[in-house]
Design a protein around this ligand. Structure first.
Ligand SMILES: [Zn+2]
Length: 358
């Protein structure tokens, strides 16, 4: 990639908890909950603006680092303030911290690095050994986590609606995968290309969890953010790839709005045109392809998705039909015409109502 190309890359500002969920919580009858959700929304909005300003500057291409097969992780503690990165508390190879949050963040960055390297031969987010930094204990009872284009940031949650944001390795993987997408297909964060961007993060986030637990497609929970919802929430996670629309149904947070197929596609102006909503459709296609093939989902289904994402043909403004066509072509290119992989892809895209044309 040349420098002029690198400058066009626009990192997304994606928070683990999408705005539509916090909007609902901000209207809670419970004053404390409403106040906390409102504070998180205001902070996110400020960060989103700041992100846009940084994005205009673009990514400064780093000098090629020597090829390494080891991650380069640093964990910082914001000590409940909002200054980044905060105080360094654990570097690469350092012993365990006394703080379990620090250790979970460190392990989550490592699990993400491992899947991309061992599964797909990719060296870190940028395939050039980019250092992985994370800050924990960000803000006071901050109900979110995000990748700001340069590092991961985790809130502690309020202990009521949300718990410590380092608890789900798939949400750590989700956020870091936004970095991989940013360095590859660079899918525009709006409408269907934005929903594809979100879906890539859910797909590889879930695969990172499955890889670290050595689970097969049948054993996996296919949930994003399992364990993240607080004790007073009716729900199991933020999203379900197996059954989009069923992850939560709660008085304070509302009901999971994700569709599983094109029949229920949601046309909306909020959430960047429903990027966290319609991502349920390509998410479900991946789930069907992976379970159809069986075994370890990252080995074939994940490889096909990775090939389509990084193959150079996926346009920044690609829609679902473009990705269906390219992923099916990737299955044929790697595993052959008419094979189990090709058939699994045809079945998956047909099941979610995305036509395979061209
Ligand atoms: Zn995201």
């Amino acid at each position: 990639m040349d420098a002029s190309h690198a400058h066009r890359h626009h990192p997304v500002f994606c928070t683990v908890v999408p705005p539509h969920l916090l909007d609902k919580a901000a209207r809670s009858a419970d004053a404390r909950r409403a106040d906390l959700a409102q504070r998180t929304l205001e902070r996110d909005s400020l960060l989103r603006t700041r992100r846009r300003v940084t994005a205009v500057r673009g990514i400064v291409p780093t000098l090629a680092a020597p090829a390494s097969d080891e991650p380069d992780r640093t964990i910082y503690d914001a000590q409940h303030r909002t200054r980044l990165p905060g105080r360094k508390v654990r570097g690469e190879g350092d012993p365990l911290s006394k703080d379990a949050t620090v250790n979970r963040a460190y392990a989550g960055l490592g699990a993400t690095y491992d899947l991309f390297l061992k599964g797909f031969g990719r060296r870190s987010i940028d395939d050039s050994g980019l250092a992985l930094d994370a800050t924990v204990h960000y803000g006071e009872e901050y109900n979110n986590a995000f990748w700001d284009g340069q590092q991961m940031v985790f809130g502690d949650g309020d202990g009521d609606l949300f718990l410590d944001f380092t608890v789900s390795v798939d949400v750590i993987g989700h956020e870091l995968t936004h970095g991989v997408t940013q360095y590859t297909a660079n899918l525009t964060y709006h409408g269907q290309s934005g929903a594809l961007n979100e879906s890539m993060s859910d797909v590889f986030g879930s695969l990172i969890k499955q890889y670290s637990l050595e689970q097969t497609a049948e054993q996996a929970d296919w949930l994003i953010g399992a364990g993240l919802l607080g004790p007073n929430v009716t729900g199991v996670a933020l999203r379900s790839m197996k059954a989009p629309g069923t992850a939560y149904d709660d008085d304070e947070l509302g009901k999971d709005p994700q569709p599983a197929t094109m029949d229920d596609y949601v046309n909306t102006h909020s959430d960047n045109g429903g990027v966290h909503i319609n991502s349920g459709i390509p998410n479900h296609a991946f789930y069907i392809a992976a379970t159809e093939l069986g075994g370890k989902a990252w080995e074939r289904a994940g490889q096909i998705w990775y090939d389509a994402l990084t193959g150079g043909e996926l346009a920044e403004n690609a829609d679902f039909a473009d990705f269906a066509r390219l992923s099916t072509a990737a299955a044929v290119a790697r595993y052959g015409e008419g094979g189990a992989e090709h058939q699994a892809l045809q079945k998956a895209w047909s099941a979610v109502g995305v036509p395979l044309v061209g």
